[in-house]
Write a protein that binds this ligand. Structure first.
Ligand SMILES: [Fe+2]
Length: 177
């Protein structure tokens, strides 16, 4: 089965639509952090990168009179649930392996517990932890990380580079085993 590349995910209209809300810069940077962390702890960098790239596609804009309404957000946000479902649909549509699509979707579901009435801190697997930490590393006070800009050509160039890193790592693993 041919690997679904990060660049194919990025180019899809569904990704384009939802990454405009949560920020291309945040998505690409979190994917890069996730690959580095995954390599450090022995997690599959492909799963980590895809979950990180798509972790915030479930965001909805909570505006009140032109301003972000954090009270409303805290009360009603379910972006991880929406994101897990959107990412799963997108990955399956792109031809992702069904087992991988489920694993990535669950990593998105658990990348934060801000929407849950309990903490999942002690329940995260190494993959979940990589996505959680990569996101945390890229967060800025007041949600400002969602508004840092990155033009599309830079995003494509950085994701192509990340695809290459992931492929090289998978190739070297195959040649060892
Ligand atoms: Fe995030």
């Amino acid at each position: 089965m041919k690997r679904v590349a990060l660049i194919d995910i990025f180019n899809h209209p569904i990704t384009q639509k939802y990454l405009q809300r949560s920020g291309i810069h945040h998505a690409v940077s979190t994917a890069e952090q996730a690959v580095t962390l995954a390599q450090e702890v022995g997690v599959d960098p492909d799963l980590a990168a895809k979950a990180a790239l798509l972790h915030d596609v479930g965001h909805y804009e909570w505006y009140q009179d032109g301003q972000w309404d954090y009270d409303e957000y805290r009360k009603h946000d379910i972006h991880a649930i929406k994101g897990a479902e959107r990412a799963h649909k997108l990955l399956i549509r792109l031809g992702e392996d069904a087992t991988k699509a489920k694993t990535i979707s669950i990593a998105i579901l658990l990348h934060t517990d801000s929407y849950l009435p309990f903490s999942v801190d002690s329940l995260r697997t190494p993959l979940h932890d990589v996505v959680f930490r990569a996101d945390e590393m890229e967060e800025l006070p007041g949600g400002a990380h969602h508004y840092v800009t990155m033009d599309e050509s830079e995003a494509k160039q950085r994701l192509t580079q990340l695809d290459k890193i992931i492929l090289d790592q998978n190739d070297s693993k195959r040649s060892i085993s």
